[in-house]
Design a protein around this ligand. Structure first.
Ligand code: SAH
Length: 257
């Protein structure tokens, strides 16, 4: 994703009342490395500034394009989803989500053509309650309780990274035309029936109730998300096991007779 792709262009990073111009520069760099270029600054303490440019380390295009406004409402203009980054809850009744979930929601919205804002607070005071109240959810990077606050630009980096990974996943995992179709629920039910029958035939249960083990095996095979070809292989294995069990039973019986 480069800064001019449609999705990236619909996601803006809003830095509210930033005290240190160096953090604005580092944030621009963090964004740029992950393919983002839209920065909005709400009442920055000092901007433009030499320190911001120095720490941007070449991401000057992001700084040059930064839109400065006086209030958050103005910075959020046109957005339909705002996610507020905060190290701690502040008595605001707002859903708390992880950076990963935030990235997912942001991309879904951006893919629908919506504009999305990620809102970051002041270095010392964070986001005020009124600012968080403008957001649809609060994003908390799961840091430790007794030292929870990341440097502003590092919080920007975490969020930009999650968005980057999520967007690469979307591109990298298209459904291949020649891929085997995944097994559906009915096919899985038939698979479990065959599995249970086969276990019975090979006398796996030895008098124990099969309920618990079948639940365990269900969990295991649900996790595997098998496709139809894999399912056919498993049915083949079960059928062979059943055939061998039958041969063994017949032989045993023959020996007894
Ligand atoms: N003392 C402030 C810390 C602000 S750090 C506070 O408690 O909020 C500057 C900004 O970086 C924060 O406003 C937030 O947007 C972001 N940030 C820092 N640590 C974070 C974390 N653990 N989770 C989410 N955002 C975080």
């Amino acid at each position: 994703m480069s800064p001019d792709t449609d999705l990236a262009a619909r996601i803006r990073y809003v830095l509210v009342r930033t005290s240190h111009p160096g953090n604005i520069g580092s944030s621009a760099r963090a964004m740029r490395t992950m393919g983002f270029g839209r920065m909005a600054l709400v009442s920055p303490f000092r901007f433009p500034d030499r320190e911001a440019s120095a720490l941007a380390a070449g991401a000057d295009d992001v700084l040059e394009g930064a839109v400065v406004s006086e209030g958050l409402v103005e910075a959020l203009a046109g957005t339909s989803l705002a996610l507020g980054l905060s190290a701690r809850r502040r008595g605001v009744d707002l859903e708390e989500i992880s950076p990963r979930e935030a990235a997912r929601r942001a991309l879904v919205a951006a893919a629908r053509g919506e504009q999305v804002a990620l809102v970051f607070g002041n270095e010392r005071t964070g986001l005020e309650n009124e600012e968080l109240a403008r957001c649809h959810a609060m994003v908390r990077i799961p840091s430790v309780d007794d030292f929870s606050s990341l440097n502003l630009s590092q919080a920007v980096q975490v969020m930009a990274y999650e968005l980057r990974v999520a967007s690469l996943g979307e591109v990298a995992a298209p459904v291949r035309a020649d891929a085997e179709p995944p097994a559906d629920a009915a096919q899985m039910e038939r698979f479990y029936e065959h599995l249970a029958q086969m276990l019975d035939d090979i006398d796996f249960h030895k008098g124990r109730a099969p309920t618990t083990i079948m639940l365990r095996l269900r969990k295991l095979f649900q996790r595997a998300q098998m496709d139809e070809r894999e399912l056919r292989v498993m049915h083949g294995i079960f059928a062979d096991a059943q055939r061998m069990a039958q041969i063994a039973n017949t032989t045993l019986k023959g020996n007894k007779d």
